[in-house]
Design a protein around this ligand. Sequence first.
Ligand code: GTP
Ligand code: MG
Length: 307
Amino acid sequence: MTEAPPTEIPDFWPCTHGPRLPRIALMGEFSAGKSTLVNLMVGANPLPVQVVATQLPPVWMAYGSQPSVIVDLAGNEVPCRLDELNGMSLDDVAFIKFYCEEEILKRCELIDMPGISDPNMASIIWERMMPFADGVVWCSPATQAWRQSEAAVWEGVDAKIQANSILLLTRADMLLTARDKARVITRVKSEADAAFRDILMMSLTQARDAMDNEELWHESGADEFVLAFLSLVEGLASSLEDARVERSDTVLETPRAASIDGECATGHVSADAIVPRRPKLRLSVKVERPASDASTAQSLAFMPKFS
Ligand SMILES: Nc1nc2c(ncn2[C@@H]2O[C@H](COP(=O)(O)OP(=O)(O)OP(=O)(O)O)[C@@H](O)[C@H]2O)c(=O)[nH]1
Ligand SMILES: [Mg+2]
């Protein structure tokens, strides 16, 4: 499935130049909490949750104020409103590009995938987006965490992506005791530890409802997830920057010949032409940081809305 990146960039993929942000795909089975998590991170509620009548294609969220668009497989764009998709045929749709001006999107782009086991959604719809993700947050409900069907899909994912991915056990509030939670975490870690960078548990609804209640927020598991997520994004941003600098030492030869990393060359690209993008960070939530990870802690002066 995602073993090897495609040698050619598909028509629907936009040609961009210069530095780019890490892209994180939100994946998991139907109703696992992917859109709830994205809404929490973005701090608004752009994505419909528990959609039944309308299944959304991948929704790629990026920072910006421009109108959102539907991008078809040929790369054509038409204006889009998420609430107007009802009944629309999505056969030729590659993804929806959704823009909003939220802090987290200055640090990474998020791709909210349809459920991997959704009977109404062919797997090709999310599979074709996979080569463009740098990392994944895989949501799995804690009450039936890490099913065979999930593990089977994950096995087909490139090891490099796996190493940059978090397994998030959602619906922690449905497990009644701390002992139950510990049991589930231990079991899932024994099965999937090597296939993820972090395995965490969280109640998305509890985090969503916590507002300024720090205790509830902490209890929801959100603190830990935010730290892990931002550390992941920081690491990916550094790797992308290193790779970009390396590439800029080499002349890129043919148009659209670059690998599928968001830099699609139409000519020679030199280091001078590229201005590194360093978003200005802001503090919105105070978090206790592990003393052992000073550099990450420093970079975490920013928190996604998430509160
Ligand atoms: N109790 C509880 N409910 C949750 C949690 N996370 C999500 N939900 C609920 O689960 C339902 C489905 O959530 P979504 O975010 O739409 O799930 P999804 O993975 O995006 O679903 P699809 O896009 O349809 O595959 C919603 O009603 C959420 O409120 C959680 O941590 N605890
Ligand atoms: Mg969803």
